[in-house]
Design a protein around this ligand. Sequence first.
Ligand SMILES: C=C1C[C@]23C[C@@]1(O)CC[C@H]2[C@@]12CCC[C@@](C)(C(=O)O1)[C@H]2[C@@H]3C(=O)O
Ligand SMILES: O=C(O)CCC(=O)C(=O)O
Ligand SMILES: [Fe+2]
Length: 360
Amino acid sequence: MPTMLTDVFRGHPIHLPHSHQPDFTSLSELPDSYTWTPKDDPLFDASPSPPAAGENIPLIDLNHPDAANQIGRACTTWGAFQIANHGVPLELLQGIEFLTGSLFQLPVQRKLKAARSETGFSGYGVARISSFFNKQMWSEGFTITGSPLNDFRKLWPQHHLNNYCDIVEEYEEQMQKLASKLMWLALTSLGVNEEDIKWASSANSDLNWAQSALQLNHYPVCPEPDRAMGLAAHTDSTLLTILHQNNTAGLQVFRDDLGWVTVPPVPGSLVVNVGDLFHILSNGLFKSVLHRARVNQTRSRLSVAFLWGPQSDVKISPVPKLVSPVGSPLYRSVTWTEYLKTKATHFNKALSMIKNQIDE
Ligand SMILES: C=C1C[C@]23C[C@@]1(O)CC[C@H]2[C@@]12CCC[C@@](C)(C(=O)O1)[C@H]2[C@@H]3C(=O)O
Ligand SMILES: O=C(O)CCC(=O)C(=O)O
Ligand SMILES: [Fe+2]
């Protein structure tokens, strides 16, 4: 039996330095445990010298006839891009943002009723990657996979539940369709078609080869944002991640030649990140983007990440067409759940752990 996302961390408990969230609103100074320096994260202040000219991740109009090539180029150079005309109704984006805001506004004690357990997948808590850092992140999160009903029951009275569950269901449905469309547009730009990746072909058009999670994030107003970290630098384990951010900047993506580049919120648009599995599938051509979230002194920030990957019995390996006839694939094959387990133990070294040793 393949492992479901919900079981993936059973053998990989996270031992967090503090299992309880603080009440951020009661802190008027940044405690030492939240104060980051380059010692806590070598890329904390990373910027090129001399400083590079301001560049932005591309904003791509999905109705543009050249959208596939623009997406391909963005995946190769940035590993991230924003999209407009994506077809997801604005009311739905507003609905999920409202739900996220209402959830994090609940009193800490209520949110903790739905706390994620050490070995669990869904529920309220700090980011899973917290255990790899000495300092705490200025954020709180809520992970959802499948029906959120059981967790939402712990948070809200009965009369809110149907509406909130409907919003999550509708959001996930729209995101699934969009993610699959984006994946195929990006692959088309490399000359890869459905014949080349049978498990993802439209014969499986109901998308039952895919699974997903929603990560709701809240970055409260912070007394000393320059010394705090909302969500530390990481890549996502996904094929693709689609992110909705509210109207407050904070997301940054890393480019070796530019350093950290802020992704400005563009109302109604969505951010797309290439994840580690897409990097593997493209035999390293698409870059899985290193990103992080910074915080703000006057405005709180919300984001909703749709984390999208294949079902657990699907083995991801480099598309043969993208491996040179005389070369070998850069990575060995791996399922999403195997990869999540590797990541839960080795974090940012996970990709290199599945790299094939290629003799020079
Ligand atoms: C499916 C997943 C990807 C994720 C871990 C998770 O189980 C659910 C949350 C995801 C998230 C969101 C914040 C950053 C991240 C690295 C983390 O700690 O939890 C990602 C994980 C990932 O992509 O590896
Ligand atoms: O809040 C953000 O902008 C980033 C969130 C993120 O990277 C994640 O949830 O994986
Ligand atoms: Fe992320």
